[in-house]
Ligand binder design. Structure first.
Ligand code: MV4
Length: 586
């Protein structure tokens, strides 16, 4: 007997399909919603029924609360699963579902709201005895206060937007002299992103690990944890690889952070699946950072080592059932790793690379799981998140899982768009990853990008200041005497390709006269907010030269060496492109 007869999933892509799969196993009818850009999307084809809910932009469709609620009514869906992103952490939407008698497959709206304000969450956690990063639990109102807190907590400190999370609005302040600019910048970001300028301050931990704990809670007083996930490898606060168990957590520490996570969930009256995000310091201290009140992208690795279906628990708990397992029944077995397969161009600062997937083949075999939302012919739209799929592997231990992941990455074929497959191959063979270190800074390094790009498209890519040979390498299959060989053929680059490459190099500053190693390059496309130096100024290595705003985030551009500023080409209010020479330092 099914708990609901029909449920709507207010999402798209891989997570919509992931939720449909569980619903189908439970005998629950599946309802998809889609935008005009998603008429041919895989999640629409998978569901039993599908309804167009509006235009291509998220605001017209997947964020259109009224349309989604009306559609649930029209389809006769008794419950809504929000997936992640879009409306998943919108307390008002959860309330509106419940007011209409539609079951919200998620946490209580009050828990969403309490955790949505990071300042309130910190205060609630402090009161409940959950360790938080040392700092304030009330908004910070002035740069003076920031300086005072820095002296009190010890530099460096972090300024964070209260409505933020996931690192949006995070500013690191290394010294009192930087307090004013960072404070103003964090407030502007909070306002631009979340319409809330409130910020708070905490001690900045150096080289921490991002360790989060999966919790499950039901309406019968049961709260359990399913162990941790290590998500230390990120780029600009976007997770790229997640694994469990964490290379830095043993059984004793797991029991400790598990108990902290359960206390945190209880403190807000949690129900459903949730994640306590925390920082693990170099000396093994664990601090609460924030709670994600939704199913997360990386829930999959937890499922691999526990054998549980986290979305099944969400659905059953929403229907009033107790959790299917007790804490003492949770067994963690082996090691799981997830690689996010995004359509991004690593050689171009991880820029989203939308387009049509022309050929598509997923890996399979022992211990391999692929959660995807595309098929050959799918369009990766620039309107939505560029994640194409998640590749997850399970092995008996970390090294087994790592090798299995490399095998699976080798089997993966995605043509038509640039992906992170090459990047993951480069990362998982790097000594830093192999030894389970934090790898801070590795993802951003230029050599990694070059190696990743090379593995991505099988052509040599050299760092910007190296001289590229004007030959192209292509791989061809040949048969010789009935035996099959893959051969690499070196061909002269066609003239148009060479011209395009020279143009790219010029844009990066590699070929500009007088630039070379001394050019400061914009790492992103955006708008110049402020220029902190003038032509002819002497600057120190690391000094802020200008601030570039891209997608409402403010990014400082720093001097890579000390010297005198020349050829300054930017001014406040002007646009800059990726690779543009901002100035030279001579
Ligand atoms: C921090 C931190 C150091 N100290 N907070 C917040 C959101 C998440 N995406 C990363 N965040 C951090 N918050 C304090 N007080 C360092 C980070 C951080 C980080 C932490 C662990 C692993 C990788 C990281 C990459 C960037 C920033």
């Amino acid at each position: 007997m099914a708990v609901f007869s029909k449920a709507l999933v207010a999402n798209r892509g891989e997570i919509a399909i992931r939720a449909f799969r569980t619903l189908r196993e439970l005998g629950i009818g599946t309802v998809a919603v889609y935008s005009e850009a998603d008429r041919n999307a895989a999640h629409v084809a998978y569901a039993d029924e599908a309804y167009l809910i509006g235009g291509p932009a998220p605001a017209e469709s997947y964020l259109n609360q009224q349309r989604i609620l009306e559609t649930a009514g029209r389809a006769g869906a008794e419950a809504i699963h929000p997936g992640y992103g879009f409306l998943a952490e919108n307390g008002d939407f959860a309330r509106r579902c419940e007011e209409r008698g539609i079951v919200w497959i998620g946490p209580p709206p009050e828990a969403i709201d309490a955790m949505g304000s990071k300042i309130e969450a910190r205060e609630r956690m402090r009161a409940a005895g959950v360790p938080i990063v040392p700092g304030v639990t009330e908004p910070v109102e002035s740069a003076d206060e920031v300086r005072r807190l820095g002296d009190e907590l010890g530099w460096p400190i972090a300024i964070k937007a209260s409505a933020g999370g996931g690192g949006k609005g995070l500013k690191v302040v290394r010294a009192a002299a930087d307090a004013e600019r960072a404070f103003e910048s964090a407030r502007r970001e909070g306002e631009a992103y979340f319409a809330d300028p409130a910020v708070y301050v905490e001690r900045y931990l150096e080289d921490p690990r991002h360790v989060e704990v999966q919790v499950l809670a039901d309406g019968h007083g049961n709260v359990i944890h399913l162990g941790e996930r290590d998500c230390t490898i990120q780029r600009r606060h976007q997770k790229l690889v997640e694994e469990t168990p964490s290379p830095a957590v043993d059984e004793t520490l797991r029991a400790r952070i598990g108990a902290i996570a359960v206390d945190a969930a209880r403190a807000v009256g949690y129900r459903s699946a949730g994640t306590i995000e925390g920082l693990l310091s170099r000396d093994g201290e664990y601090f609460f950072l924030e709670m994600n009140t939704r199913i997360q992208v990386e829930h999959t690795v937890t499922e691999m080592v526990t054998g549980l279906d986290v979305i099944r628990e969400q659905v059953l708990v929403a229907a009033g059932e107790p959790l299917s397992v007790l804490q003492e029944d949770v067994r963690l077995s082996g090691h799981a790793i997830e690689c996010r397969i995004n359509a991004e161009d690593v050689a171009n600062g991880f820029l989203p690379a939308p387009g049509t997937v022309t050929r598509y083949h997923e890996p399979a075999g022992p211990g391999v799981r692929v959660d995807s939302g595309v098929v050959a012919g799918s369009e990766i739209s620039a309107l939505y998140d560029p994640m194409i799929a998640k590749l997850i592997v399970h092995g008996v231990d970390r090294e087994h899982a790592r090798r299995r992941m490399l095998r699976a990455l080798d089997e993966y074929v995605v043509d038509g768009v640039k992906t992170l497959i090459g990047f993951h191959k480069a990362l998982l063979t790097h000594p830093c990853f192999i030894e389970g270190a934090t790898c801070h800074g590795l993802v951003e390094s230029e050599l990694m990008a070059a190696r990743a790009a090379e593995l991505e498209d099988g052509q040599p890519h050299l760092p910007a200041d190296a001289v590229a040979a004007a030959v192209r390498e292509v791989v061809r299959s040949v048969e010789v005497d009935g035996r099959r060989f893959e051969v690499r053929v070196l061909r002269p680059e066609p003239p148009f390709a060479e011209l395009a490459r020279r143009r790219r190099e010029r844009a990066r500053g590699g070929g500009a006269a007088g630039a070379g190693k001394d050019a400061v390059i914009s790492p992103m496309q955006g708008t110049v907010l402020a220029v902190e130096v003038a032509e002819g100024d002497e600057v120190e290595s690391g000094q802020v030269l200008c601030i570039v705003e891209a997608m409402k985030m403010e990014n400082e551009v720093h001097a890579h060496r000390s010297g005198r500023v020349g050829e300054l080409s930017v001014a406040p209010g002007q646009p800059v492109t990726t690779g543009q020479v901002i100035c030279v330092i001579g």
